[in-house]
Ligand binder design. Sequence first.
Ligand SMILES: [Zn+2]
Length: 141
Amino acid sequence: MAKKQNKNYRKNNDILEKQCNICLMWFSCNSEYFYINKSNKTDGLYPYCKKCASNKVIEKYKIDPEQYKKRAKKQHEKSPEYFAQKHKKYWNKNKEKASQRARDFRKNNPDRISKYSKSWKKNGAIVKNILKILVLIVDYC
Ligand SMILES: [Zn+2]
């Protein structure tokens, strides 16, 4: 998992930019565009941009929802208070960004949404919560 990606950096007017290894777009190399990954010793960020990270989570969830439900549940059981607090903090801090992201996603992926909405309707709030938690897990790791 820990691949070297030194060639994925460039300087643009003195601003360090980093290339997402999924969509291959260039973004400023900071936590505004990339999720924080403490185990990455190079820049402390994930190799893919935030947009790709959430797509990845959703794709993975689609492939194996049970594994993700289990993982979220386990994490929740391990430290419900910490988790709830962090969750609350995260959403208060990122409410606008997150809902904007959700709006963008809906706008950019109408076909996907209609595909998902069937199962979302079935599982309702549970799935929505799990997606929230998954985004959070991406932030944790
Ligand atoms: Zn990307």
